[in-house]
Design a protein around this ligand. Structure first.
Ligand code: GLA
Length: 391
């Protein structure tokens, strides 16, 4: 998206006459390369920021009124920052940015009023973290406008807190962290307990990342997500007194079999422990540019998410199975919370066109639905866009 067209839409919406300049920001979406449903189990995850995301055009005002508009709907959201901010169902998507403004105010930020316009090329509620994206984007931009830029880790933590407390989803830190700390051409290897992290180069060589959108709404996503969090806590509570482990990802497979009798909790624990091992192996494979091993680990991760963690579903499985059958693909898995949304595949560059045509057809044949596939690059985290044209 170009600044020129963002500026044009902004002026159409809010008018041109104003003493303050319009500023532009971008926050990427993310895919979780590997380490799925691990962040709230205290382990290592490996997400990456992607070239689809949300843009914002914003103009500061000399008052305390915030106007927000997204191209997703035709409603203006108007809030007076001097009034308490509370969750309002009728506010829809705008609860996410408002949750963040609430956090900033709690932290003592002196926020200005503003006119904000969001435009996105990131599919919404599709497992690419559109909610974390708008949270981090809003936090970053308002902190900048308040003249007190925020440390990127603190920004991620604030987004997660907004999501946990205001929205009510017990999500981990992975999404916000990836969007805050993304680095072009690199995955982020993050320890979710200590927030220690390292960038790991993703040298794709002859391969590219293709996102596979099932276009299936993530029904039950929030309640099932919280259910998985609770199951993991229950599994840990059984293992902890016997083994002394602190986090489920540390569980030894033999202890899981020995101390957890419930078959569901046992499978959940197996996923957490095995996924953790795969993250370490995947990081090592990327460091030595071994894409075949990395791709194999993606398939294996998906199998575990499908069978042990049970967060996949017919649509995501069809995408991954279809991808696996194509000769140009060396790895694929679902990304994010699951229950619909997106998967992604590693596909040979010169086979991408044929792969996309094939997978869309395959998906339609086996699900009766229309899916969409598109290529993405790995990019930097949230940023202010440089506007070269002076107004
Ligand atoms: C969602 C959550 C993340 C993480 C993933 C699963 O995207 O927001 O914190 O738990 O699901 O890996």
């Amino acid at each position: 998206m170009e600044i020129k067209s963002l500026r044009k839409s902004f002026y159409q919406l809010y008018g041109r006459e104003d003493p303050h300049p319009v500023e532009f920001y971008f926050a990427p979406g993310r895919i979780c390369l590997i380490g799925e449903h691990i962040d709230y189990n205290g382990g290592w995850v490996m997400p990456a920021a992607i070239s689809r995301g949300i843009y914002a055009a914003v103009r500061k005002e000399d008052n305390k009124i915030v106007w927000m508009r997204s191209q997703l709907d035709d409603h203006d959201l108007v809030s007076n920052l001097t009034n308490p901010i509370q969750f309002e169902k009728s506010r829809g998507w705008a609860n996410y940015p408002m949750a963040v403004l609430n956090e900033l105010l709690q932290k003592g930020y002196e926020l200005p009023g503003a006119e904000v316009m969001y435009q996105s090329n990131l599919p919404v509620a599709a497992g690419l973290s559109s909610s974390a994206c708008v949270e981090v984007l809003t936090g970053y931009m308002f902190a900048e406008m308040a003249g007190k830029p925020m440390d990127r880790t603190e920004l991620a933590q604030m987004g997660q807190k907004a999501e946990n407390d205001f929205i009510g989803v017990q999500s981990g830190i992975m999404d916000q962290f990836a969007i805050a700390h993304g680095k072009k051409g690199n995955a982020i290897l993050l320890n979710c307990e200590t927030l220690e992290y390292a960038h790991v180069p993703v040298r794709l060589g002859e391969y590219r990342i293709v996102v596979l959108n099932t276009n299936k709404q993530r029904a039950l996503h929030e309640s099932k997500y919280n259910e998985r969090v609770a199951e993991c806590r229950a599994a840990l509570a059984l293992l902890q007194p016997k083994t002394g482990i602190q986090h489920l990802v540390q569980a030894d497979p033999r202890d899981i079999t020995k101390y957890i009798k419930d078959p569901i909790l046992r499978r959940r624990a197996h996923h957490a422990a095995s996924e953790q091992r795969r993250v370490q192996e995947a990081a090592a494979a990327l460091r030595r540019s071994d894409l075949d091993t990395f791709g194999y680990l993606l398939f294996d991760s998906h199998r575990s998410l499908k069978n042990d963690y049970e967060v996949s579903g017919h649509e995501l499985d069809t995408m991954v199975e279809g991808a696996q059958q194509h000769p140009g693909c060396i790895g694929a898995k679902m990304s994010g919370a699951g229950f619909g949304g997106c998967a992604f595949a590693l596909v040979k560059k010169d086979a991408i066109e044929s792969f996309i045509a094939y997978i869309e057809q395959y998906y339609q044949r086996y699900t009766g639905r229309k899916g969409t596939a598109f290529m993405v690059d790995i990019v930097d985290g949230v940023t202010k866009l440089v506007d070269t044209k002076k107004e």
